[in-house]
Design a protein around this ligand. Structure first.
Ligand code: BGC
Length: 421
C-alpha cells in the first residue's frame, strides 16, 4: 500500500496528465457523474461538503445529458484508455460487467461496519452485490412512475390528478379546452421511453413488465398487451405540444412549472429540481403516481462505484462510501435530490411524495419494477436499442402499432438469441 502510494504520487498517470487534469492525490477523488441540474447540484453539495470536512476534495467530472446518455459512453472510453476516474455514478446492471473485470473496489468492510445487509431495502442490497462482494455505495431510490402537475392550473379548472388512463383522457380534454397543453414532453429517446415503461407497468403490473424488460421475452412483446401499450403511447403523443421538440428534462420540467403544460411524467429528481427553483410540493406543484401504477414502484437506484486502480485511493473511497450511506447525509441529500433514502427505517423528514414512494417501495419485490431507461432492468445496449425503436414509433405517426410491435418482437428475438436463450 505504502509502495503503491509512493509510486502513484511520484508518477502521476501519463494519460491523466494528457487529459489536462491535475495529478490525483489520495486526498482527492475524481468523480464522474451526470448530475448537472440545479436540484442535482444542491443534493451533491451535501456530499461534497461532508467529504471536504474529512479533507478529501471532490474533483468534479460532470457529463451533461439526462439519464446519463452521454456519461455511460464517456466512462467506457475513459476506462478503455486506462484513465478510469476514482469514482463514478454507475447505475444498474452494468456495474456487474466492470466488477467481473476486476476493476471495482470491493466495499465489503464498509458494508459490514454499516450493517448494510440488515438495514437497507433488500432490492438495494441485492443490486450492490456482485459474486458475493459489495461493489457500489447507494445514494437513493428514485420513483419513475411519478406524475407531476401544476397546482394553479388544476385548481383553476377544478381538476384532480388522474388515477386511471380514462381519467387522464378526461383531464387532458378539459385542459385542451382551456388552451393548455396537457402533457409536458420532449422528443428525446429516453424521455419518450419513460412514458413507454410507465405504460407497460400500468398495463399489466410488474410480472409482465419484467418479462418485457428483464427477460426480453419475445412472447411478451408479441402479446396483445403490447398493442394496447403502443395505442396508449400514440394517444399520449396527442396530449403533447406540437411539433414536439428535443429538449433536456429540465426544459421540459420548466414548461410545466411555467404553466405552458399542466402535467409531466418523470422520475422524482424533477421534484428536486422544482424545489431548487423555489417551488413547493402541494403549493406550486403536486405529485401523484402515474395512472394505473399507484400500487407499484418503478425504480432507479443511484449508486457510486469506485475503480480500484492501484488501491492508492482506497481510504478516501471508503470514506466516501461511508459518508453517502450515513443516515444524516441520506436524509439531506435525498431531500434535495427528490429521492428516498435506501434505509428501511422511515426518514421523518420525508415530504408527502417521498412518503408515498417509500410506502410503495417497501411493499417488496412483487410491487417493484426496475427501470429500463435507467439501466435497472438490462444492459446499456439492449436499453438503447429498445428506446430508439420506441422513439421512432412515437415520432413517426405513419407507423402503425402492429408494425412497431413486429419490430420490437424481432429485436427481442435477436437479443434473446444473443443471450443464448
Ligand atoms: C439518475 C438520476 C438523475 C436523472 C436525470 C437518472 O438516470 O438516476 O439521479 O437525476 O437520471 O439525469
Amino acid at each position: 500500500m505504502l509502495v503503491a502510494l509512493a509510486v502513484s504520487a511520484a508518477l502521476p498517470l501519463p494519460a491523466r496528465a494528457a487529459a489536462g487534469a491535475a495529478p490525483a492525490t489520495p486526498g482527492s477523488l475524481q468523480v464522474l457523474h451526470w448530475w448537472t441540474s440545479a436540484g442535482e447540484r444542491r443534493a451533491l453539495n451535501v456530499v461534497v461538503n461532508q467529504l471536504a470536512r474529512q479533507n478529501i476534495q471532490w474533483r468534479d467530472v460532470p457529463i451533461p445529458g439526462g439519464a446519463g446518455m452521454g456519461a455511460g459512453k464517456v466512462l467506457k472510453s475513459m476506462v478503455l484508455a486506462g484513465r478510469a476516474p476514482e469514482v463514478t455514478q454507475l447505475n444498474g446492471v452494468i456495474f456487474g460487467e466492470w466488477a467481473d473485470l476486476g476493476l471495482l473496489l470491493e466495499l465489503d468492510n464498509v458494508a459490514v461496519q454499516g450493517n448494510w445487509e440488515k438495514q437497507m431495502f433488500p432490492t438495494v442490497w441485492a443490486l450492490l452485490n456482485n459474486r458475493g462482494h459489495v461493489v457500489a455505495a447507494p445514494l437513493g431510490i428514485h420513483r419513475i412512475n411519478t406524475l407531476f402537475y401544476n397546482t394553479a392550473i388544476f385548481n383553476r379548472l377544478g381538476l384532480t390528478p388522474p388515477r386511471t388512463w380514462d381519467d387522464f383522457d378526461r383531464v387532458a380534454q378539459a385542459l385542451r379546452r382551456a388552451g393548455i397543453t396537457p402533457l409536458a414532453q420532449s422528443a428525446e429517446a429516453w424521455q419518450v421511453a419513460t412514458l413507454f415503461e410507465n405504460l407497460a407497468l400500468a398495463e399489466s403490473g410488474p410480472a409482465y413488465y419484467r418479462r418485457l424488460f428483464v427477460e426480453m421475452d419475445p412472447a411478451a412483446y408479441a402479446d396483445a398487451r403490447m398493442i394496447s401499450i403502443l395505442k396508449r403511447l400514440r394517444r399520449l403523443g396527442q396530449a403533447t405540444e406540437q411539433p414536439l421538440r428535443e429538449r433536456s428534462w429540465t426544459e421540459t420540467a420548466r414548461s410545466m412549472a411555467d404553466g405552458e403544460a399542466a402535467m409531466f411524467i418523470m422520475g422524482d429528481w424533477a421534484k428536486g429540481e422544482f424545489t431548487a427553483w423555489g417551488l413547493a410540493v402541494d403549493q406550486q406543484f403536486g405529485c401523484a403516481p402515474v395512472p394505473g401504477t399507484g400500487d407499484y414502484h418503478l425504480y432507479s437506484i443511484d449508486t457510486l462505484a469506485m475503480f480500484a486502480d492501484d488501491y492508492s485511493h482506497q481510504a478516501a473511497q471508503e470514506t466516501l462510501a461511508q459518508i453517502v450511506t450515513s443516515p444524516a447525509v441520506q436524509s439531506d441529500y435525498n431531500k434535495f435530490k427528490g429521492a428516498i433514502p435506501v434505509w428501511r427505517t422511515a426518514d421523518p423528514h420525508m415530504d408527502r411524495c417521498a412518503r408515498d414512494s417509500w410506502r410503495a417501495f417497501g411493499k417488496g419485490q412483487s410491487y417493484q419494477a426496475p427501470s429500463l431507461v435507467h439501466r435497472m432492468a438490462t444492459d446499456e445496449t439492449t436499453k438503447d436499442v429498445i428506446i430508439a425503436e420506441v422513439q421512432r414509433f412515437f415520432l413517426d405517426r405513419q407507423m402503425g402499432e402492429e408494425q412497431a410491435q413486429r419490430r420490437l418482437v424481432s429485436i427481442a428475438r435477436a437479443l434473446s438469441r444473443g443471450r443464448g436463450q
